[in-house]
Design a protein around this ligand. Structure first.
Ligand SMILES: Nc1ncnc2c1ncn2[C@@H]1O[C@H](COP(=O)(O)OP(=O)(O)O)[C@@H](O)[C@H]1O
Ligand SMILES: [Mg+2]
Length: 320
C-alpha cells in the first residue's frame, strides 16, 4: 500500500509514545510506502486533493527493560513532492486536536481525496469528541451541555460533585472539578463559558475515576486494546498529558457492550480508528481526531503472542 499521514511536524513527535508514529512504523516494517505532510501542505487542484508530501522511513522502537527505546535518528525523510492523494490507498489525518479552523479546512480538502481517509473527514466534522457520546444514552453518566450559568449552577447544586469540560479540549485541558460550596463557582463557570457565550459540558463526577480512566482503542468498532490511566497525587484527571500513570487493564463485559452499541454508529460515520474513554463503566468521551494509547498498550501487553497494534491496524487496512 501507499499511505499518507497528515500529522504535526514529525520532529516534534515522540516515537516512544505517539500512536501516529506507531502506525507509520508498522506500515514501514510491513513493507508499505509512507508519505507525510502537514495540514498546510494540502491543496485542491482540478477537483482533486493533492499534498506536498515527503516519503519517510520510520525505524522500529524496541522494548528495553519495559521501556520503548528509539534510535536517535528514528526516521528518514526524502524531499517533498506534489502528489495526488488519489494515488494513496489511504490517507490518515492525525494532527493533534483541538479542531481549529485550519483543521476544519483540512477536512474539507480531504473530501476531495478520492481515496479512503482515516478517519472520514465528514465523520470528524460530525463528531465533537465530547458531544458524540451523548447519543449513547445507556452508556453515559448524567450529563448536560449549556452556556447558561443558571442551568450549570442548578446542575452543580443538584448533583454535588460535577466535572466541567470545554467541548473542544483534550488531554485534560480546562477540565474542572466543581462543588456547590466552591467559592470560585461563579467565576469558574463564567471563565469556562466565555461569560455565557460558549457551551460547556457538565457531568456528574464518577468517584471510580480515582481508580482510573480507561482508554479502549477501537478498530472499525472492535476493541483491540485498552490501558488504564490513573491520576497522579493531588490530581483528579487521569490523562497521560496531565501526569496520569498508565497500567494494564482488561476490557469488561459492560465495556464490550458499550463498544457493540458504538460500532454501527462509528462505521456509519467512517470513524475507523477511535479511542473511547470509560470511567466506572460509563462512556465519557469518543476520541476521533488523534486518539493515542497504542504504544502503552503494546508495552504493557502480557500475552506472549501479542502483535503490535499498529500491525493489526495496517493489516486490517491492507485487507481493503
Ligand atoms: N465524569 C467524570 N468523573 C470523574 N472524572 C472525570 C469525569 N470525566 C472526566 N474525568 C477526568 O477528567 C479527565 C479528562 O476528561 P475527558 O472527558 O476524557 O476529556 P479530555 O481527555 O479530552 O481532556 C479524565 O481522564 C478523567 O480523569
Ligand atoms: Mg479523555
Amino acid at each position: 500500500m501507499k499511505l499518507a499521514f497528515i500529522i504535526d511536524a514529525i520532529a516534534q513527535l515522540d516515537p516512544t509514545h505517539d500512536t501516529s508514529v506507531a502506525i507509520m512504523e508498522s506500515a514501514c516494517s510491513l513493507g508499505h510506502e509512507v508519505w507525510i505532510g502537514q495540514m498546510h501542505h494540502l491543496s485542491v487542484i482540478g477537483g482533486q486533493a493533492w499534498g506536498r508530501l515527503q516519503p519517510v522511513q520510520v525505524h522500529k522502537v524496541e522494548l528495553v527493560n519495559g521501556k520503548w527505546q528509539a534510535q536517535s535518528a528514528w526516521y528518514a525523510t526524502q524531499p517533498a513532492r506534489m502528489i495526488s492523494l488519489a494515488e494513496m490507498d489511504a490517507v490518515w489525518i492525525r494532527p493533534d486536536p483541538p479542531v481549529t479552523t485550519e483543521y476544519l479546512y483540512a477536512t474539507y480538502i480531504l473530501d476531495y481525496a478520492h481515496t479512503r481517509v482515516v478517519n472520514s473527514p465528514q465523520g470528524i466534522r460530525n463528531a465533537n469528541e465530547k458531544m458524540y457520546a451523548l447519543q449513547f444514552t445507556q452508556a453515559i453518566p448524567e450529563t448536560i451541555v449549556s452556556a447558561d450559568k443558571q442551568v450549570l449552577k442548578d446542575f452543580v447544586a443538584e448533583k454535588g460533585n460535577v466535572v466541567l469540560k470545554p467541548l473542544g479540549g483534550k488531554g485534560g485541558e480546562g477540565i474542572l472539578f466543581l462543588q456547590p460550596s466552591d467559592r470560585n463557582l461563579n467565576s469558574l463557570i463564567e471563565i469556562s463559558t466565555n461569560f455565557g457565550k460558549t457551551p460547556v459540558m457538565a457531568q456528574i463526577y464518577l468517584p471510580e475515576a480515582q481508580a482510573g480512566d480507561k482508554r479502549i482503542i477501537l478498530l472499525n468498532g472492535e476493541a483491540i486494546g485498552a490501558i488504564n490511566r490513573i491520576p497522579g497525587k493531588g490530581e483528579f484527571r487521569g490523562n497521560m498529558a496531565a501526569g496520569g500513570s498508565v497500567a494494564a487493564i482488561e476490557i469488561t463485559q459492560r465495556e464490550q457492550e458499550i463498544c457493540a452499541q458504538l460500532a454501527p454508529v462509528l462505521q456509519k460515520d467512517g470513524l475507523i480508528f477511535v479511542g473511547i474513554d470509560v470511567i466506572g463503566g460509563f462512556l465519557t468521551e469518543v476520541n476521533v481526531t488523534s486518539p493515542t494509547g497504542i504504544r502503552e498498550a503494546d508495552r504493557l501487553a502480557t500475552d506472549p503472542n501479542h502483535r503490535r497494534l499498529g500491525d493489526r491496524v495496517i493489516n486490517w487496512l491492507a485487507q481493503g
